[in-house]
Write a protein that binds this ligand. Sequence first.
Ligand code: PLP
Length: 270
Amino acid sequence: MKPLASPLKSRSMRPAVLCLAGHDPSGGAGLQADIEAVAAVGGHALGILTALTVQDSRNVRKMVPVRAALIAEQLRCVVADSRPRAIKIGLLASQAQLAPILEVIENLKAPVVCDPVLRAGGGRNLSSATMIAALCHRLLPQVSVLTPNAAEARRLSGRTRLDDCARVLLDRGCAHVLITGGDEPGKEVINTWHTGSSAPMRFRWPRFPEIFHGAGCTLAAAIAGRLAQGDEVGTALEFAQRWTHETLRRAFAVGRGRRIPGRWLPSGHE
Ligand code: PLP
């Protein structure tokens, strides 16, 4: 799986983000969220599906993993042709999928943003204990920016206090952890950026009176899109949170369940 020897240098190129994610037919989360978010912040998503799902705007009913060999073949093909500037990882559906993904991470040497998808907002569990152990031991050491919500941070680390969770996740090898607080109580959503080297930095956002579908994917993909364009991590985190907050202000309904972020304004409505 060799990347191009030298990046293409055409002015008409947009920085590519390699996105590994599941398919959500409701269009709120998963790869569709990644494609829309990466494009909206100025990049281009190279999309590799990890799973098909049966779901609506309320909950996931079924998940069918894509074969790891097919993912490996797609990665080889796309990386032989394009030079992704960042990698964004969402839902991983089998342990076998880790090997080709770790190989592409090693070859590309691009920043890796990982949004650990362990449970759907509607409650369906999407990850087993053995899958979580594999993520912790094999993937987290390669992650540049991990973006768990509070529940995911607790499940990955086995701790309760969020600052303790972050310390465990940093010890496992992630360079940066942004724990999002959309699933915590309080008038504000507090997202906390942890690095090994400096004190945690808290970003505070007014809380909307509802839970959305696909907000986590949207934020993580926007971070990856900005890192692909050369932003420093702090700049990318700030930009992506501000932009994601706007998409939640523009959220719309696709069905009877949770509303999804408005990542695009239809042409003529800008
Ligand atoms: N389905 C897929 C493919 C996802 O990637 C995710 C989250 O990332 C979900 C469902 C659940 O999204 P949410 O927790 O926002 O409902």
